[in-house]
Design a protein around this ligand. Structure first.
Ligand SMILES: C[S@@+](CC[C@H](N)C(=O)[O-])C[C@H]1O[C@@H](n2cnc3c(N)ncnc32)[C@H](O)[C@@H]1O
Length: 163
């Protein structure tokens, strides 16, 4: 989901995985093609059902945070569940949000960010970071069960299976 220029996709394909990637940004999908990465499409992650059924859904490098709000994150986790086979796996990451940073209820941080490269500045977009306890609550209502949580400083990665 939101594969960017294919950093993870390339590795998966090199290891022989039947991996599909898509991103809303046509520039990064063109970069995937240039880099010889197969099965990449310009598509919004709101249309994940186009790729159904899949065994594993990957939302890596804070891609789920780009959904921009907690209700949208919940809805994307539900559609990730619906497009998975019966024994599907979900892997995503986010950042723990302490009380000093939370600005949209406990454990939730809303920010607006944009990319800058030399003198070029991109359009701003909303970013929603959510703590692991918030994630556990949202996963329950969207049909997922957490099987593992991997931590690296304030970043956590959750591995889930269908409930
Ligand atoms: C933080 S980057 C992560 C890229 C990649 N997953 C990685 O780990 O290198 C988030 C990506 O999500 C994409 N994105 C944002 N909104 C999207 C949407 N509605 N549908 C598909 N991709 C989207 C962005 O274009 C960007 O490439």
């Amino acid at each position: 989901m939101g594969c960017g220029p294919g950093r993870i996709l390339k590795l998966l394909q090199l290891h022989g995985q039947d991996a599909v990637g898509f991103d809303i940004d046509q520039v990064v999908v063109a970069l995937c093609h240039e880099r010889g990465i197969k099965n990449t499409f310009v598509e919004s992650y709101d249309n994940i059902d186009r790729f159904s059924p899949v065994d594993t859904v990957l939302w890596l490098n804070r891609t789920l945070c780009t959904a921009g709000s907690l209700p949208r994150i919940e809805s994307l986790l539900t559609s990730s569940r619906l497009c998975c086979s019966k024994e599907g796996v979900l892997i995503f990451d986010s950042v723990e949000v302490g009380p000093e940073l939370a600005n949209d209820g406990p454990g939730v941080l809303q920010t607006s960010v944009h990319f800058r490269y030399n003198k070029k500045v991109g359009e701003p977009f909303g970013r929603t970071c959510f703590s692991s306890n918030i994630a556990e609550r949202v996963l329950q209502t969207s049909g997922w069960k957490v099987t593992d949580t991997i931590r690296d400083a304030d970043v956590y990665t959750m591995v889930c299976k269908t409930a």
